[in-house]
Ligand binder design. Structure first.
Ligand SMILES: [Zn+2]
Length: 392
C-alpha cells in the first residue's frame, strides 16, 4: 500500500512520515477512526514505509526487495492479527489469524477500505461473532519474541482490537515493555469497546471521517463522476471512503431525478406507473435500494432547512434546488415528517428481507396518500400490498 493511494489525510500522513524519518516510532499506537476513515490503509502504507530500503520523501518505493514483500503483505516480520471464527479444520480455541491469512491478504490487496461486514462475509462469519482469542495472544507474544527474519524491525498490525476479550491483558507486558525494534499498531473503530488497560498504554492517533468536499473531489477526480452526482453521493457517503466505493460500485444514479420521479408517481397514483417504478427499483440490489432511500432522507433534511431559509441552498445541488422549488407546492413540514417516517420504515423492512415488491408498493401508495392529504392510507396500502403478494 502506498500513501499516495489513500486520498487526503495529509496531517496523519505527515505525522507518520516524521515518526519514521526522525526515528521515533512509538512502540504501541492506536489508529482510531470510524469505518471508512482509512486507518487500516494508512497502517499498511506505514508498514511498507518503515521497511522500504529506498524511501522517497513521502512514500515507499514499491520496488526494493522489502517493498516487494510488504506490498503483498508477505514480509516475514510484518504480522497481522484480526478477528476470526473457527476454521474448517481446527477447533475454535486452536484457530488464529494465521489460518485466515490468505483471505486477509486477498481482501486487503483488493481494497483496504473494506468494512467489518465485508470481512465477516469473506470468512463466512455471518452468524457467528468473530473474535481474537487466547491462542492468538499467546502466538503474538511468541512471534514478537523471536529474532526478526530480516534483521530489521518487527511490526504487528492488529485490526479491530475491540474483538479482543479479557485475554487481551496477556498483551499488556508486550505493549508496556516491547522488545527492541518492535512496533504494534492497533487499528480500531470504537474506543469504548477496547480494553482500558490496552487503551491507556497506546499512543493515540485519531482519524476524522472524510469531509463531503473531499469525497466529492475524490469521486470527480479518481472515478470520473459527474459533479452533480458526486455531490449527491458525497452526502450519502457520511464521510466513509468504504461507503463511497460501494456507491461507485452500485452505479451512478441521479438520485435527485429518481426521487422526484418517485414522488411524482406517488402523487399521481396511477397504478400502472407505480408498478413500473416499483418493478424498476426492486430490480436493483438491496444495497442500491437502501442507498437511494438514504439519499432521499438526506435530501429531505436539506429540503427542511431550505424551507426554513429559502435563500440558503448551500446544501443542495442546482438540480436539487430546482426539485425543491417544484415540491414546495405539495410538501409542507407535516407531510415531510410523515414521508420520512415511511421511508425509515421502508429501509427497516427491506433490511429485514421483507418482500421488497410489497414493501415498495405499499409505501409508494402511503406516500401518495400523504401527498394528496388522504387519511385512509394504511387501509389502501394493505389492500394493495395483498394484491401485490398475489401477483408474485
Ligand atoms: Zn521500497
Amino acid at each position: 500500500m502506498f500513501f499516495a493511494d489513500i486520498p487526503y489525510k495529509a496531517a496523519e500522513k505527515n505525522r507518520i512520515l516524521l515518526q519514521v524519518t526522525e526515528d521515533r516510532i512509538p512502540h504501541a499506537q492506536l489508529f482510531l477512526g470510524r469505518e471508512g476513515s482509512g486507518n487500516l490503509a494508512l497502517a499498511l502504507a506505514y508498514a511498507s514505509f518503515i521497511y522500504c530500503l529506498n524511501r522517497t520523501e513521502n512514500d515507499s518505493c514499491g520496488a526494493c526487495p522489502n517493498c516487494k514483500l510488504t506490498h503483498k503483505l508477505i514480509h516475514p516480520d510484518l504480522h497481522f492479527s484480526f478477528p476470526v471464527v473457527k476454521s474448517d479444520v481446527k477447533k475454535r480455541e486452536e484457530t488464529t489469524s494465521d489460518d485466515f491469512l490468505t483471505q486477509w491478504r486477498h481482501i486487503n490487496l483488493h481494497s483496504p477500505f473494506f468494512t467489518f461486514h465485508d470481512w465477516q462475509q469473506t470468512i463466512n462469519a455471518q452468524s457467528v461473532k468473530p473474535n481474537i482469542n487466547t491462542k492468538e495472544c499467546v502466538d503474538i507474544i511468541q512471534k514478537l519474541s523471536f529474532q526478526s527474519f530480516s534483521d530489521g524491525p518487527k511490526v504487528l498490525i492488529m485490526w479491530m482490537p475491540e474483538y479482543l476479550g479479557k485475554e487481551g491483558n496477556k498483551l499488556l507486558k508486550l505493549i508496556e515493555e516491547p522488545t527492541d525494534d518492535t512496533y504494534l499498531i492497533l487499528v480500531a473503530q470504537d474506543q469504548d469497546k477496547i480494553l482500558n488497560t490496552i487503551l491507556s498504554r497506546c499512543q493515540l492517533m485519531k482519524f476524522l471521517p472524510f469531509s463531503e468536499e473531499e469525497i466529492k473531489k475524490y469521486l470527480i477526480e479518481k472515478h470520473d463522476i459527474d459533479e452533480e452526482i458526486a455531490q449527491q453521493l458525497s452526502r450519502v457517503a457520511e464521510g466513509s471512503i468504504s461507503k463511497t466505493l460501494d456507491l461507485v460500485k452500485g452505479g451512478e444514479k441521479n438520485n435527485s431525478a429518481l426521487l422526484f420521479d418517485w414522488l411524482r408517481v406517488c402523487y399521481k397514483g396511477d397504478a400502472e406507473e407505480m408498478m413500473a417504478f416499483v418493478n424498476e427499483t426492486v430490480s436493483w440490489s438491496l444495497d442500491n435500494q437502501v442507498r437511494f432511500l438514504e439519499y432521499s432522507l438526506h435530501f429531505f433534511e436539506a429540503y427542511f432547512s431550505w424551507m426554513l431559509s429559502p435563500d440558503i441552498t448551500g446544501q443542495m445541488t442546482e438540480t436539487e434546488a430546482s426539485v425543491a422549488s417544484k415540491m414546495k407546492a405539495i410538501i409542507d413540514r407535516e407531510k415531510l415528517e410523515l414521508i420520512c417516517k415511511v421511508i425509515n420504515n421502508l429501509i427497516f423492512y427491506l433490511n429485514r428481507n421483507g418482500n421488497h415488491k410489497v414493501n415498495w408498493t405499499a409505501d409508494t401508495i402511503a406516500i401518495g396518500d400523504i401527498l394528496r392529504n388522504k387519511t385512509q392510507s394504511s387501509t389502501n396500502s394493505l389492500i394493495f400490498a395483498s394484491e401485490s403478494l398475489l401477483i408474485q
